[in-house]
Write a new protein. Sequence first.
Length: 143
Amino acid sequence: MRGPGLAALLGLIAFAASAASASGTYRPPPPPPGLGAVQRRDFVLGRALFEGMDVLGRSGKSCADCHGSDASAAFSRDALKRESERLVEKINHCIGDESRIQGPVLEPASEDLLALVSYLVTHYALPETVLQTLRRPAGKPAK
Ligand code: HEC
């Protein structure tokens, strides 16, 4: 192989290598800048759950299999914004569904649910009010 073809191939190899660490495992990109420590932690956990690095249910599917940018039910910001009042119900519907995640539904104040919603709020620039309804003041028992 000669000329531009070889250069393109080498470029592709360099790109592929940069996406993997020395041990060959995938390293996700860093969270977006400007997040506080708690938001960063929730974003990273939420993204792992969404993309399937952390497993939520028994189906072996992840949210991204259906809602990732190239998937059949890819999210749009407008649709998520319209559903923002019902986000928790919608998430739990997909988690409980036998043909989707097949998992136990998440408690409103659980780490996993907070993380998933934080990830969606940050990634799709949804109103922060979506999150405020989920975060209970410390020490206040769940109803
Ligand atoms: C097997 C495919 C599949 C999987 C896996 C799945 N969903 Fe869904 N989800 C859908 C479909 C189809 C809809 C739209 C119709 C409906 O509401 O049932 C939807 C709707 C939604 C909505 C409402 C917004 C909209 O665009 O309609 C949210 C929020 C959502 N899903 C979140 C999640 C999350 C979070 C996960 C992972 C924990 C997940 N879903 C896993 C198929 C899936």
